[in-house]
Each structure stands twice: as structure tokens, then as C-alpha cells.
Design a protein around this ligand. Structure first.
Ligand code: NAG
Length: 246
């Protein structure tokens, strides 16, 4: 299964506020670990120093040193880049800080995927001229990322498909409903395909149309009546024979 596109976590180490009469001033340090691979091989450590919203000094592990963006920031970058102990500390942060935390995040959040319960239902019965409406519902899955598609004889359908948004249940789980409008064809197989991190592979659910409803009509009633009469005669005859033989 594909992983979510981008994982990033961060923490704010220092937050100080100097309040003046009108506004607050905020000087803070924002540390981020950014990665998209599950083995963390593309992990980047970023440490940014901000005044209000303005980034004035940053360490980027790909660059491997500090870069300043204001006069003050450039001065600091020069000083810290000359200090081997500081540089060594920051260059080791991917391995010391980012990766061990990412392992915990993966174990506690990402690996806790819960696969959806999938149900197919008929919303509207069609015929050779009027379209049928089928609904594929996926309930109680986590995380939110999911893909639901319709197949006609194994081929993905793109038109006449409408879907709701992924809806949070309010209990960490989500649900989604997708409808397919189609003119039924004899012998055709309609399926709903669901892809989710909780499944090992895409899951395919085939639609089993309900059997047409049984209806009594005149010839059928006549046949049933004749059969009942015959059965009555047989039972009566058997009874008569049994009585005579005693
Ligand atoms: C970190 O540095 C690399 C190399 O210059 C760059 O490609 C990347 O965009 C930088 N990351 C951020 C978030 O600035």
C-alpha cells in the first residue's frame, strides 16, 4: 500500500514573548523532521529561528550548516558555523532526534491502521432502459486515506460515479459512500474495489443482485392447484389401499 505523501513532526523548543502596548513579539525556534519514505532514508532535519513570522536563521541537514536570512541571522550563522561542537551536534540530529521519534510515531500511529467494513447495497433497481443505482459503503476505517472504485467485468469505471467526502464518525474512524449509476447488462459482473492501509492488497467486493421477486400468476396458480389435487388423490388412494389390506 502507498504511504501518506509526507510525514513531518516538529516541536517548538523555545517561546518567548515581549509584550508592548499594541502587539506581542515572538522569538521562537521551530524544529522539524521531514520525510516521506517508510525507512526514513530521506529524513531531513530543519531547525528554524523566527522573529514573529520571519525566519532569520536556519539549519537544514541537507545543507549541513546554518544559513542566515537577515543581517542578524547572517552574523549568527557565521559564528555558529565556526563552532565545530555546535555543527557536530546539529549534524547528528537526524540520527539522534528525528529517527528514534519517527520509529515511535510509526509504531503508535501509522501502523495502527484499521481496515474498513465494506457493504454493497442497491439504492434503485433499474432495467434495460432505466439505470440502476448501487452504493458501496466503507465503514469504520483509520486512517482517513482510502480509495474506492467501481469495476464492470474487472475494468475500472470512471463515469457515472459519485462519492461523498470521507466523513469522520467522531470516534477516530471514518466512513465513505460511493454510488454507481449503470444500465444492467445480463451476465455482467459489477464490483467495488477498496484500497486502504489496513488491507494487504486491494480488496474486491462483487455485487450479487437479489433474485427477482417471486410472483403468483394464473398459469402458476393453475399448475399448483392441479399438483395439490393430484397429491390429494394419491394420499386418498394410499389410505384406501391401506384400509382394504387390513
Ligand atoms: C534543505 O536543503 C535542501 C538542499 O539545499 C533543499 O533542497 C531543501 O528544499 C531544503 N529544505 C527546506 C525545507 O528548506
Amino acid at each position: 500500500m502507498s504511504l501518506p505523501n509526507l510525514w513531518s513532526f516538529h516541536h517548538i523548543l523555545m517561546l518567548s514573548a515581549f509584550t508592548s502596548t499594541a502587539n506581542g513579539y515572538y522569538n521562537y525556534q521551530w524544529t522539524q523532521c521531514i520525510y516521506s519514505s517508510s525507512d526514513f532514508s530521506d529524513m531531513v532535519f530543519l531547525d528554524g529561528y523566527y522573529f514573529n513570522k520571519y525566519l532569520y536563521l536556519q539549519f537544514n541537514s541537507t545543507v549541513g550548516k546554518f544559513v542566515g536570512f537577515t543581517e542578524f541571522g547572517v552574523r549568527y550563522a557565521e559564528i555558529w558555523n565556526k563552532n565545530p561542537a555546535i555543527l557536530q551536534h546539529y549534524r547528528a540530529e537526524v540520527d539522534r532526534f528525528c529517527k528514534p521519534n519517527a520509529v515511535l510515531y510509526k509504531k503508535d500511529i501509522h501502523d495502527k491502521a484499521v481496515a474498513p467494513v465494506v457493504k454493497l447495497s442497491l439504492v434503485k433497481q433499474g432495467d434495460s432502459r432505466h439505470p440502476s443505482l448501487l452504493m458501496c459503503s466503507a465503514y469504520d476505517f483509520y486512517p482517513e486515506k482510502i480509495k474506492v472504485s467501481w469495476l464492470r467485468d474487472g475494468v475500472v469505471v470512471t463515469s457515472d460515479v459519485t462519492s461523498t467526502e470521507k466523513m469522520p464518525n467522531g470516534d477516530w474512524y471514518y466512513q465513505i459512500h460511493t454510488e454507481l449509476e449503470y444500465i444492467p447488462k445480463a451476465g455482467e459482473k459489477i464490483s467495488c474495489m477498496v484500497e486502504h492501509a489496513g488491507f494487504e492488497k486491494p480488496m474486491i467486493y462483487d455485487w450479487n443482485p437479489p433474485l427477482p421477486e417471486f410472483e403468483w400468476n394464473t398459469p402458476l396458480l393453475f399448475t399448483a392447484g392441479v399438483a395439490a389435487l393430484m397429491l390429494g388423490i394419491i394420499i386418498a388412494a394410499a389410505g384406501f389401499i391401506y384400509y382394504k389390506s387390513k
